[in-house]
Design a protein around this ligand. Structure first.
Ligand code: NDP
Length: 313
């Protein structure tokens, strides 16, 4: 992969913005092409089932966006809505039905689940062959082993964007801040698989600014608004900001910010993802590619190009 054209270099800054929206649009287009090709072989469109439990407003927006982009990519989406009062057994029974349904290729349970439901048990009940979020123990194990499997979407998006900016990642030092199952840990493993030298930092890491300053690629996934200051960034480093934090302004309005002091980082970083419009749009793009990959693998087919090139490992 070659380094991308500079998308935007704001005046007075050295950093090039990595346009996650544009990258996601390219991945979506590849997924659409792949879905059309695969549908001819399967005799039906690849299908993603989304399970939404309860009325959480943010989850409803995420699910709506996932369904819209799935359908734009010529895949079928099935939405399964359950009330917050549903029992654990009822959710597990739905997952079992979707596992058994030969026409469902991918299953996504929107998290978080309402209080009283055990999200770990529900996620672990998903058939690993349909685990398009890459969160089951089998998917995590395959990632550790470097074996084929479905990789978590947001971390895959991080690697994809770093590759778009830098091309080859081999030998670069990636420092990942955050060790969650959803983002930090799999991101570290994916950068490792891309032959980076990886440091995984967390809330107990000592002298984090000095450590971060050693990074060629700095991935911020702590969920702390503006935590990564300009003095945490090595000049020319690539900064991937995963954080999505809602902060209130003095006038009572609210806005989304990342974990990086964006204005400060513009003067130091080589490449940087904005928030919003950086990693965020890539998460759904990778979900589409995973759905396609699941559909192909379940049918014993190769994932068609160019979608196959979009997989990060
Ligand atoms: P979690 O809260 O699950 O994990 C946060 C991690 O950051 C933990 O490992 C924690 O360390 C570490 N951390 C917290 N504070 C500090 C600190 N001061 N210094 C160093 N490390 C710290 O969050 P997620 O991983 O789920 O999400 C992280 C961020 O990414 C959030 O802002 C979330 O909204 C965003 N996100 C964005 C997505 C996207 O599509 N762009 C998708 C998913 C998440 P410890 O383990 O020691 O507690």
């Amino acid at each position: 992969m070659t380094a991308m054209d500079p998308i935007l270099r704001p005046s007075g800054s050295r950093a090039v913005l990595i346009d996650g929206k544009a990258a996601a649009a390219r991945v979506d287009a590849a997924a659409r092409e792949g879905a059309l090709a695969l549908a001819e072989r399967l005799g039906r469109k690849p299908c993603l089932a989304v399970v939404l439990v309860g009325e959480d407003p943010a989850s409803q927006v995420y699910v709506r966006n996932k369904i819209r982009r799935t359908e734009s990519a010529e895949m079928t989406s099935r939405e399964h809505r359950l009330p917050a009062s549903v029992s654990q057994d009822e959710v597990l029974a739905l997952v079992a039905r979707l596992n058994a349904d030969a026409h469902v290729d991918g299953i996504l349970v929107q998290l978080p689940l309402p209080a009283g439901l055990d999200a770990t048990r529900v996620v672990q009940a998903i058939d690993p062959a349909k685990d398009v979020d890459g969160l089951t123990a089998a998917s995590a194990g395959a990632l550790v082993l470097g074996a084929p499997g479905l990789r978590p979407c947001t971390p895959s998006g991080c690697v994809y964007l770093a590759r778009e900016a830098l091309g080859e990642l081999s030998g670069r030092h990636a420092v990942v801040i955050g060790r969650s199952i959803l983002v930090g840990k799999p991101a570290a493993l994916l950068f490792l698989q891309a032959d980076c030298t990886v440091t995984l930092a967390h809330s107990r890491t000592r002298d984090l600014p000095a450590l971060a300053r050693q990074a060629d690629i700095l991935v911020a996934a702590a969920g702390r608004p503006g935590m990564v200051g300009v003095d945490w960034i090595k000049p020319g480093a690539t900064v991937i900001d995963v954080g999505i934090n809602r902060v209130d302004g003095p006038d009572g309005s609210s806005r989304l910010v990342g974990d990086v002091d964006f204005e400060g980082a513009l003067a130091t970083a080589g490449y940087i993802t904005p928030v919003p419009g950086g990693v965020g749009p890539m998460t759904i793009a990778m979900l589409l590619v995973n759905t396609l990959a699941a559909a192909a693998r379940r049918a014993g087919l190769d994932l068609p190009e160019p979608a196959a090139r979009m997989l990060t490992s």
